[in-house]
Ligand binder design. Structure first.
Ligand SMILES: Cc1ncc(COP(=O)(O)O)c(C=O)c1O
Ligand SMILES: [Zn+2]
Length: 482
């Protein structure tokens, strides 16, 4: 079997500080700007060389690689030239991330919502969330750096609402060698499934009382004072990897994004940043002719970005962090998003090309998020609570007249439903603590029913068990004979 040849194009990448505008070479691992503490973007100074190849030719190249057997070109790195074109083939870590499907909403869901939606199931990534996209890129870079520097040990550290640590721990345990993973979690604020992931991958798991924002302050202190590789989404290599989500949506729709509205939950705002950055790159190369419209979605319990953009006049807008209250969209329960400067940067660029309604943020209630998740999953989907948030966001956008019936809303289910089943359970049991402000629609509750008790089973002669139990099932279901 012939393997696709790895590209020979190499970029010239630099960190670019959004705070002070200074540039730094990428032969060091910078987390934030050493001069002003601002967040970085990574830029390829050779990017314009890529314009010598037509948009049509890039489409052909990316489409061909999507079927590649060369794992270094199969996942997010099939967009190698737009991603981190400073890495060598054997630096690239591939755990099957990317290439997640876009599933058109079932007829029954469309009937219920009156919307035209499709879910991109990013929960079908290896650690069951979109975070794997950024980790694949960050760990590939780290691998190349570790080799170049000859490091014999490097600790990767992250604060997390659950999914970042699951992804970081998985990739660290795969790459192994000098790379060891430490994750810092808010005690009791991640779901049991999410906690089990870094534990299973053998990471050092440290818990801190409080919320994500508290954990973030701890890891920032570590990064400022000790030699650790920070893997939160301030790390610009992660943003780069997450751009692949945008590339994949474009590819899925055959590079035609006319009439597409992309809904993204906003927590730390890394994902929405990356998605805008990705679409802008494709547009700059002529791979897509039209930008899609982007809708950020936030819960009323954690909505600093919504509040900022809800002020009409850009000159009047002022960013202030909010104090979060409990949210079922737990992974997005962040009051002071670190990537906010990046959002502002790319939103301006998006609006300059696509007009004022190219980037908007809508706010939804906790009730709407839960009802939407339950509804989506009862109608054939695998949405997490953030996926429910996106569906609620699409409904809200329609209600506000921001999307038309002709447009398709592409919803981001950022994680797999299975990571958030405890919220489903609270919905079915009507056991939400009051501060969530969620009252279940009890007609949607679903519980297992015991067919017969263990004592009844013991009393039955063994040879009668199957028939008697089957008859109990028949009477419960009201089955009629063939
Ligand atoms: C499942 C899930 N969805 C959404 C988000 C929010 O993404 P971001 O923090 O990049 O805005 C996160 C972040 O932790 C997440 O884990
Ligand atoms: Zn700076």
């Amino acid at each position: 079997m012939s393997k696709d040849i790895f590209p020979d194009y190499r970029g010239n990448m630099e960190y670019f500080c959004l705070g002070c505008g200074k540039r730094f070479p990428t032969d060091e691992l910078h987390y934030t700007c050493p001069d002003c503490g601002g967040v970085f973007l990574l830029e390829d100074l050779n990017f314009d060389e890529l314009k010598k190849t037509s948009g049509l030719e890039w489409r052909r190249i990316f489409d061909k690689r999507a079927a590649s057997k060369n794992t270094a070109l199969r996942g997010i790195f099939r967009f190698y030239e737009l991603m981190a074109p400073v890495l060598n083939e054997d630096d690239i870590v591939y755990l099957g991330e990317g290439n997640t499907p876009v599933v058109a909403s079932s007829d029954s869901l469309n009937e219920r919502t009156g919307l035209r939606t499709a879910y991109k199931n990013d929960g079908q990534n290896p650690s069951a969330s979109f975070k794997d996209r950024g980790m694949a890129c960050a760990f590939s870079y780290l691998k190349s750096l570790t080799r170049a520097k000859g490091w014999d040990e490097i600790l990767t550290v992250c604060a997390s609402t659950g999914d970042t640590s699951a992804a970081a721990a998985l990739y660290a345990s795969y790459v192994g060698g000098p790379i060891k993973s430490v994750v810092i979690l808010p005690q009791g604020k991640v779901t049991p499934a999410q906690l089990s992931q870094p534990l299973g991958s053998g990471a050092t798991v440290l818990e801190v009382p409080g919320v994500f924002d508290d954990c973030m302050k701890v890891v920032e202190h570590l990064a400022d004072n000790y030699r650790v590789a920070l893997l939160n989404s301030k790390n610009a290599w992660r943003i780069l990897g997450q751009e692949s989500y945008a590339f994949e949506i474009a590819q899925w729709y055959d590079w035609d994004l006319d009439g597409k509205c992309v809904f993204v939950p906003i927590g730390n705002a890394g994902n929405v940043t990356a998605i805008m950055a990705g679409f802008l790159k494709l547009h700059a190369l002529g791979v897509i002719e039209k930008l899609p419209r982007i809708f950020g979605v936030q819960s009323h319990h954690a909505d600093p970005v919504y509040r900022y953009y809800s002020v009409e006049d850009p000159a009047e807008r002022e960013f202030s962090p909010v104090k979060v209250t409990p949210s079922v969209a737990q992974a997005a329960m962040i009051g002071n998003p670190v990537s906010f400067p990046r959002v502002r940067h790319f939103a301006e660029k998006f609006e300059a090309i696509g007009g004022r309604d190219a980037f908007q943020v809508v706010q939804v209630t906790e009730q709407q998020i839960m009802d939407s998740m339950i509804l989506a999953n009862r109608n054939g989907h695998i949405a997490c609570t953030q996926g429910g948030e996106c569906l609620a966001g699409a409904a809200r956008a329609k209600e506000l007249g921001l999307v038309s019936d002709e447009e398709t809303c592409v919803l981001d289910s950022t994680a797999h439903h299975l990571k958030f089943v405890d919220f489903q359970q609270m919905y079915f049991d009507n056991s939400f603590p009051a501060d969530y402000e969620v009252t279940p629609d009890t007609s949607l509750a679903n519980r297992p029913e015991l067919v017969l008790s263990a004592e009844e089973k013991d009393r039955l002669p063994a040879e009668e068990f199957a028939k008697t139990t089957a008859e109990m099932v028949v009477s419960k279901l009201g089955l009629s004979k063939k």
